[in-house]
Ligand binder design. Structure first.
Ligand code: DGY
Length: 359
């Protein structure tokens, strides 16, 4: 679908923004409000992305690409965008974008940090509770009419609070950025001990009230619950593999709302089948939307379709931020949130801006 170009004022921003898949109205409205901006939405449906060939073709005529984390924004795609002056992604994580290639080509990459912190931290807790207390399984049992009589051992799970044992439970947080910190703050109501590990943010961990720094092995060995909040980078790919899973307590629960490839999913299936750990709550997968063989049939998992930031308000704010980044790029300005701000000082960036002015 191509939007209209309405009447333009003298200093109005002009150009073409290609949106890979329709984003929430709050963001679309911002784009449509710019009379000189032509907006092309490649896919209106919510359940599929644009075909790669279509994307390559569209990006060749785009000034700015507004994309989602489902698109592979690699060197090939970036190079196809000869006139591209920015990529704006409606997500905080940009592991689907080849950021070094974008920087080399003079293309700023925008994202949406800060807006989804609380919503994602809430979901991590929801997964933690749902997995520890078997909520989806119990719900299923109830709606199927299998509840005949109260039972002393029906769906017995694990306490988050000192609860029955009186022992404070240990919550291990791997990755202590905004979301990891927000997860830690929520633990106060459960009277938990919190340990955290994040080599890039050690000081932040040490300064956080009620949080103790731990090396990864120590964290895994001592935690009742381990929640992952690290971005996906070459260093964090398979950060949790067989070795790490074997270090966890057999009663422990693993929660992943970060990125799937942080966990070796095949090793996780074995860990769950063979009782190295007690359960897992996952919102993300190694090869989304697919899951490792066997995962979906395990009784001790709660599986969600990557909905960490999915509240209406948060998705609306993310869409607005993505639109604001896109419009800034179109104006030749620095985006409010650029992953690779060093790009603005490069010759390649300057060349793209002047090609646009003179082309
Ligand atoms: C992100 O923003 O990176 C989430 O995974 C989707 O909201």
């Amino acid at each position: 679908m191509t939007g209209r170009i309405a009447e333009m004022g003298p200093s109005a921003v002009t150009g073409r923004i290609v949106v890979t898949r329709r984003i929430p109205e709050a963001g679309m409205a911002l784009l449509w409000a710019e009379p000189g901006v032509e907006v092309e939405v490649l896919e209106e449906a919510q359940d599929r992305g644009p075909h790669r060939d279509r994307l390559l073709e569209a990006v060749a005529a785009a000034d700015v690409l507004l994309c989602l984390l489902t698109e592979v924004v690699d060197r090939e795609l970036l190079s196809a965008g000869r006139g591209l002056r920015g990529v704006s992604q409606m997500a905080v994580g940009v592991d689907n974008v080849d950021v070094p290639a974008a920087t080399e080509l003079g293309i700023p990459v925008g994202h949406t940090p800060g807006l989804l912190t609380d919503t994602t931290a809430d979901l991590a807790w929801a997964l933690l509770m749902a997995t520890a207390r078997h909520i989806p399984q119990a719900h299923q049992y109830q709606v199927e009419g299998r509840y005949r009589i109260w039972g002393p051992e029906l769906f017995t799970g694990a306490d988050l609070s000192p609860g029955g044992s009186g022992r404070r439970k240990v919550l291990g947080i791997v990755g202590f950025g905004r979301i990891g910190q927000a997860v830690a703050r929520r633990s106060v109501g459960f009277d938990m001990e919190v340990v955290a590990h994040d080599p890039r943010n050690r000081e932040r961990v040490e300064e956080a009230p009620g949080v103790r720094w731990a090396g990864l092995d120590e964290l895994l060995e001592s935690s009742d619950f381990v929640s992952l909040h690290t971005p996906l980078t070459p260093e964090t790919h398979h950060l949790i593999g067989e070795r790490e899973l074997r270090r966890m307590k057999p009663s422990a629960i693993l929660v992943n709302t970060a990125r799937g490839p942080v966990v070796d999913e095949t090793a996780l299936v074995r860990a769950l089948e063979e009782g190295w750990i007690a359960g897992a709550g996952l919102d993300v997968y190694e090869e989304e939307p697919h899951m490792a063989a066997g995962l979906a049939h395990l009784p001790n998992v709660v599986l969600l379709p990557h909905i960490g930031s999915a509240s209406g308000d948060t998705r609306g704010r993310m869409a607005r931020m993505a639109a604001m980044n896109a419009l800034a790029f179109l104006r030749g300005e620095a985006g409010p949130h650029t992953v690779n701000p060093q790009v603005y000082a490069t010759l390649a960036y300057g060349r793209r801006q002047s090609d646009r002015r003179h082309g």
